[in-house]
Design a protein around this ligand. Structure first.
Ligand code: ADP
Ligand code: MG
Length: 238
């Protein structure tokens, strides 16, 4: 089995099917980017991997263990959302360390992990600030820091850059690639920005209508799209 293996995964809300028979294998350390129109089920898929939603049928396995019924806190996944959802009354240090403090990790370990994450994200001089004193990019880095300190085996990003302006988005893309290179952790990333997807992805998943249309390396999708929808989405002339 691959590092992360999704088999015959279906999800319906009430009786309305949102994800239909998803099969996908993700290798350890890959940067996998999901693209597709709004409403096609990208967030729902991420939410099932991290345990915020339960599959209707099918399985999700990480490192040969089916995680469908595993407590979200013990899956080794960490999700970064579009809205940073920082606690306004807490400092950067307190925001980044929140999850570790809740799970009562030792103080020395918390400090060590926060300082390491802050150095990677260039937040080391901002640890005493409150969110209101940060720029949009810095806030998003704090949200990423909160995920890093948990040392997950999989990062899940749900359109993390959508709230940032164009220039900052380009800069943050480079930072995310640097982060991936540095940590080597498997990343699953959702965006509706084709350029962002082509820039970041080792592998790209094009979705529509709750199904995977094609999965592969961005250039292979561009050179040899399986259908018109994929061609349109990756901007291929075919
Ligand atoms: P995407 O992230 O690709 O835009 P979502 O996964 O958010 O798509 O949503 C897919 C579909 O599922 C949409 O039609 C959405 O309205 C529906 N949906 C998502 N979450 C719920 C929910 N908790 N209850 C009912 N319908 C939902
Ligand atoms: Mg979404």
């Amino acid at each position: 089995m691959a590092f992360l293996e999704i088999r015959s995964l279906c999800k319906s809300f009430e009786s309305y099917p949102v994800l239909k028979d998803i099969d996908l294998s993700i290798e350890k350390g890959e940067f996998v980017v999901f693209v597709g129109p709004s409403g096609c089920g990208k967030s729902t898929l991420l939410r099932m991997i991290t345990g915020l939603e339960t599959p209707t049928s099918g399985t999700i396995a990480i490192e040969d263990e089916v995680i469908n019924d595993v407590d979200p806190a013990r899956r080794g996944t960490a999700m970064v959302f579009q809205s940073y959802a920082l606690y306004p009354h807490m400092t950067v240090f307190q925001n980044i360390s929140f999850g570790l403090r809740m799970s009562r990790k030792p103080k020395a370990l918390i400090r060590e992990r926060v300082e390491k994450a802050a150095a990677i994200l260039r937040l080391d001089k901002l640890l005493d600030r409150k969110p209101a004193q940060l720029s949009g990019g810095q806030k998003q880095r704090v949200a990423i820091g909160r995920a890093i300190v948990r040392e997950p085996r999989v990062f899940l990003f749900d359109e993390p850059l959508s709230n940032l302006d164009a220039e900052l988005r380009v800069q943050m893309r480079a930072e995310l690639l640097e982060l991936h290179e540095r940590l080597g952790t498997t990343m699953i990333y959702v965006t509706h920005d084709q350029v962002e997807a082509m820039t970041l992805a080792d592998k790209m998943v094009v979705m529509s209508g709750g199904r995977i249309q094609q999965y592969g390396r961005p250039l292979d999708l561009y050179d040899d799209p399986d259908n018109r929808f994929v061609a349109g989405f990756v901007g291929s002339p075919k």
